[in-house]
Design a protein around this ligand. Structure first.
Ligand SMILES: CC(C)(COP(=O)(O)OP(=O)(O)OC[C@H]1O[C@@H](n2cnc3c(N)ncnc32)[C@H](O)[C@@H]1OP(=O)(O)O)[C@@H](O)C(=O)NCCC(=O)NCCS
Length: 316
């Protein structure tokens, strides 16, 4: 990894680049408890070990070593050979917000990005700040929405039986990557293999009668005893529905989980039909994030996206 330093302007804080597990555990606890950014065990390692370049900046109290603020910066290459930076986990513990701790981390990331393209998913209230102060003013025309069901309310119907739903071990990875390249124009083979097979993950691949991959997805079992569908890509809504039902059917004691959720593009109107069917209408949903770019928006076939991958670094 290339060296990257950040000068802490806020007194009493030191910035550690790529802190070890000791800090990640504290950080993951803060993210989960205050923002409900729930993760799989050691999830930060998935980016750290598979991204072309990856830095996690953590601001910690010089005296107590307690975590204060963070920003995660990744770099991957698009299919055009251009670098694409992504910013995630921009965070400050609640009692220290608004005191200037977060800004030096963001400034350092921007200095490193330079003239390259970059993307982030912004929380509603931060969207204008990213656009006006930092140039993330190429916005997708729709919101990324959050949908949530109490697992007690999930009633799983039969699958359509029009497709074979397989595990990732039963399908050639090259075929999964080929399908993924129709969804995501960022080179991410290593990331995808690591993420779809990471601890606390159930992944499935849909194959049609010609033997072609026509969709895939994962369930992640994350902190706070929650389940996220993340991602879910499919050529049509029947495939997405089959994948989701098949993955949820593998979960023993589904009702013991505290929530089942997914992030999806508002653009894809079929998502809520599926969620509504599975929950008998007992779900809630609302817009939560806006995808913003620095130079240009990258193309994604949003009608095939039924659940986003993580919104920290993935474009879709
Ligand atoms: C966003 C966050 C990381 C900012 O950290 P911070 O230490 O409070 O920020 P700073 O005091 O350094 O302020 C940085 C800038 O962000 C702006 N800002 C901070 N919180 C804001 C909010 N809720 N709404 C709008 N602007 C905000 C400040 O006005 C400041 O602007 P300036 O450049 O004009 O000075 C922090 O508020 C946080 O953790 N929020 C909850 C998690 C979150 O939503 N993260 C962003 C995900 S996209």
């Amino acid at each position: 990894m290339a060296p990257l330093t950040v000068q802490a302007k806020s007194s009493g804080i030191k910035i550690i680049v790529n802190p070890g597990r000791k800090y990640w555990e504290q950080m993951e606890r803060w993210y989960s408890e205050t923002e409900r950014w729930n993760m799989r065990p050691d999830e930060i390692s998935v980016w750290a070990s598979t991204y072309e370049k990856y830095w996690m900046f953590a601001g910690v109290d010089q005296e107590t070593n307690e975590f204060v603020c963070s920003l995660s910066l990744g770099m991957q290459t698009t299919s055009d050979g251009e670098p694409l930076y992504s910013i995630g986990l921009f965070y400050c513990v609640p009692q220290k917000r608004g005191l200037g701790y977060g800004k030096p981390l963001f400034d350092a990331a921007m200095a490193h990005i330079g003239q390259s393209n970059a993307t982030l998913y912004s929380a509603k209230e931060m969207s204008a700040w990213y656009a006006s102060k930092h140039g993330f003013n190429k916005l997708l025309s729709f919101w990324t929405c959050w949908a949530e069901v109490q697992p007690l309310n999930l009633v799983l119907p039969e699958v359509s039986k029009q497709y074979d739903i397989k595990t990732t071990e039963e399908v050639d990875w090259d075929e999964i990557h080929d399908y993924d390249s129709t969804i995501c124009c960022v080179e991410r083979e290593d990331y995808l293999e690591e993420s779809l097979t990471w601890e606390a993950t159930v992944s499935r691949v849909a194959v049609d009668s010609n033997g072609d991959v026509v969709g895939f997805g994962s369930l992640r079992f994350v902190s706070q005893n929650e389940i996220y569908a993340c991602p879910l890509y499919a050529d049509n809504s029947t495939i997405a529905r089959d994948l989701l039902i098949s993955m949820l059917s593998t979960v023993t004691d589904l009702s013991s989980y505290s929530a089942f959720s997914l992030l999806f593009p508002e653009h894809n109107k079929s998502v809520l039909s599926i969620i509504s069917e599975l929950s008998k209408g007992r779900y809630k949903h609302y817009p939560i994030y806006r995808n913003q770019y620095l130079k240009k928006v990258l193309p994604v076939p949003w009608d095939k996206v039924y659940a986003n991958d993580d919104v920290n670094h993935s474009i879709v």
